[in-house]
Design a protein around this ligand. Structure first.
Ligand code: PLP
Length: 375
């Protein structure tokens, strides 16, 4: 059996080596390393794929979030609502910009931000909501957009884990993760569903004005070269990474299908185990399984993880500490117990190997051993 990894980028590369190598060689031959034609081509192809009117490639997913928030013209002290059970980047960029992160609880089944909690968190200072499409499934965007319209708030989607996920509204329209709010952000970190071979990210918007503003923010605050209208940042996708991504994008649907196939295998294997809850589904969203995350009930999660490791099966805890309990984000407004669902999830989640190259032999070995340990 092939060694089991959380993510197997080596085998994935072997299948498309000639396409990737050709793209990288073209960039080196052209020496157009920064803002070259490969970046423009990839942005165009990603616009076609996602349906976003504008795709702006940037340095990484965290930068994408920061640039998005910088473009909205928010003022120090303005509040931005984000889930407490997620990766740190969303709250981090809010805090860095002098805005106030306001965290809310999540749903037990989907692990995405709770619409009820958002309603309770809104104050006159609230200016934006940053939903995170956690583990590859969209948050309840129909409800979130309705709240945003009602309270005149911006919505910046953190679609770093959910590129290609589709959300269907009650009227039957379907949109991709990251193209529903005013702005969407994604990451091309190597292990993400569309990953490059280094750092990368992108911003999506359908709004022409916001697109121009965000391009300027990412380019030192310039609309015209060497004319700096405001304080910006320097954030761009390099051409070699764009070449890698442009070679991988045509395979993204097949990659998503491989992840969904592995998830279906896991779902079926664990369906009848009282200690294992498989990922819950929101009826409006597809799931692209950036992670396949179990909730383990009535067993010692950390001991399960250790025993799996001893049998050659890596498993990860995403995420062990909710944002409101992180040292850097300690805030007298929050105490342990404030967000009970997030705290319970942090104590019981376990993510299994999930990538595009899992074969039946590996899936059989993983599921058989999980069921042997958790009983
Ligand atoms: C990966 C990730 C980010 C940050 O992306 P980087 O490219 O690593 O900066 C932000 N939010 C979420 C939810 C992520 O998974």
């Amino acid at each position: 059996m092939k060694k089991i990894q959380m993510v197997d980028l080596q085998t994935q590369y072997q299948h498309i080596k000639s396409e990737i190598d050709k793209g990288i060689e073209e960039v080196i031959a052209s020496a157009a390393f920064i803002k070259g034609p490969k970046v423009a081509a990839f942005q165009g192809h990603l616009e076609e794929y996602t349906g976003a009117k504008h795709v702006i490639a940037v340095g990484n997913g965290t930068d994408a979030l920061q640039i998005a928030l910088m473009a909205l013209g928010l003022q120090p002290g303005d509040e931005v609502i984000t889930p407490t059970f997620t990766f740190i980047a969303t709250a981090e960029v809010v805090a860095l910009l002098g805005l106030t992160p306001v965290v809310v609880d999540v749903e037990w089944d989907t692990m995405n931000m709770s619409v009820e909690s958002i309603r309770k968190a809104i104050t006159p200072k609230t200016k934006a909501i940053v939903p995170v499409h956690l583990f590859g499934q969209c948050a309840d965007m129909e409800a979130i957009m309705a709240i945003a319209r009602e309270h005149n708030l911006f919505v910046v989607e953190d679609a770093c884990q959910a590129i290609g996920a589709k959300y269907t509204f009650r009227d039957g329209t379907t949109k991709q993760a990251g193209t529903i709010g005013h702005i969407g952000c994604t990451s091309f970190f190597p292990s993400k569903n569309l990953g490059c071979y280094g750092d990368g990210g992108a911003i999506f918007t359908n709004d022409d004005e916001l697109a121009e503003k965000m391009k300027a923010v990412a380019n030192h605050g310039c609309f015209v070269r060497y004319h700096h209208d405001f304080v910006g940042v320097n954030s761009r996708l390099d051409s070699i990474q764009a070449a890698v991504l442009d070679a991988k994008l045509p395979h993204l649907d097949a990659y998503i299908a491989s992840r969904q196939r592995a998830a279906a295998y896991y779902d079926k294997a664990f369906a009848n185990n009282a200690h294992i809850l498989t990922p819950g589904h929101h009826k409006a969203s597809t799931h692209v399984y950036h992670q396949y995350t179990l909730r383990l009930i009535g067993v010692d999660r950390d001991a399960v993880r250790e025993e799996l490791a001893a049998r050659g099966i890596p498993a990860m805890i995403y995420y062990p500490i909710p944002l409101h309990l992180q040292k850097a984000y300690q805030d007298p407004r929050y105490v342990p117990g404030d967000f009970p669902v997030a705290e319970k999830l942090a104590a019981c989640v376990l993510s299994l190997p999930m990538h595009t190259e899992l074969d039946d032999e590996q899936l059989e070995y993983i599921t058989r051993n999980v069921l042997d340990i958790v009983k």
